[in-house]
Design a protein around this ligand. Structure first.
Ligand code: SF4
Length: 271
């Protein structure tokens, strides 16, 4: 992992994601190195030409005292959109924790989204906010498959244990079932496992992008060769997702769950 320290002009920036006003990305790059990651475009925008996603990390240098919590009152903040706020190196550099400490007092709605068990470290700070929720992103319960697609992230079971602990501490939680791999992601099994400690659900489809297509197809070919024609169909014809979307919709309505389906918008991190 190539580590660098770079001055950041701002650390809480305006967002293009629908229903999110500001995004907070404490780092550039991400140690989790997920094969489908939609944030890989950051390589071009951050002077990392030649670097591989998942193999570099810039620790943003910023005067955190500049963060004024009242500025964000009534707004919706997402932590994070193009990195994971609880990568292993957060334990050393603590940018996420420092930002949250400075935000205490805001009435903003803060949504934390992570694939890391280390999120539990900040339960004490989460409790200081009235309007904060913590979400765990999960695509599969299969630890072996998760290791292939999200090599640096916590094991699925560890993520769920973290979510449970957060919920037990009285903090609002959500499970973000993402990305949904056709015929692989068993969203019903994930929901069955998480329903007692999840306040709401979000769903996102697997977005095929030129940079991730070869990696996704290589893995499908190796692990699930029989699914290759199905994946070809999904890649070529986006309407294939409509059936899964209707299925999820009916399933959640039937169980009277709070949920949101984020299909067809091209990736939660960059819409
Ligand atoms: S955790 Fe999120 S930002 Fe990090 S590599 Fe995975 S998908 Fe990308």
């Amino acid at each position: 992992m190539k580590i660098d320290f770079r001055e950041a002009k701002s650390i809480i920036t305006k967002s293009n994601i629908p229903s999110i006003d500001y995004v907070i990305n404490p780092y550039t790059g991400c140690q989790h190195g997920c094969i489908y990651c939609y944030a890989e475009f950051m390589i071009r925008f951050t002077n990392h030409k030649g670097d591989k996603w998942g193999q570099f990390l810039d620790i943003k240098q910023f005067d955190f005292n500049k963060i004024k919590p009242q500025k964000y009152n009534g707004k919706r903040l997402l932590l994070s959109s193009v990195t994971d706020p609880y990568i292993p190196l957060e334990l050393k550099y603590e940018n996420t924790r420092k930002i949250l400490e400075k935000l205490v007092g805001t009435t903003a709605h803060i949504s934390i989204l992570t694939k890391s068990k280390f999120v539990v470290r900040d339960i004490d700070i989460f409790k200081k906010f009235d309007n904060l929720e913590v979400g765990i992103s999960i695509s599969t319960l299969d630890a072996e498959f998760a290791k292939i697609i999200e090599r640096g992230a916590s094991r699925p079971e560890e993520r769920l244990e973290a979510l449970k602990e957060i919920h037990e501490n009285g903090i609002k939680t959500y499970t973000f079932i993402s990305p949904l791999f056709p015929k692989i992601t068993n969203y019903k099994a994930i929901m069955k496992k998480t329903k007692d400690y999840t306040d709401s659900y979000m769903f996102e489809n697997l977005n095929f992008r030129p940079h991730n297509i070869p990696r996704i197809f290589k893995i499908i070919k190796e692990k699930y060769p029989k699914l290759l024609p199905i994946y070809e169909n999904f890649r070529k014809d986006h309407s294939q997702w409509d059936m899964i979307e209707s299925e999820i919709d009916a399933f959640c309505k039937n169980l009277n769950l709070e949920y949101k389906i984020e299909f067809h918008h091209g990736g939660f991190s960059k819409s």
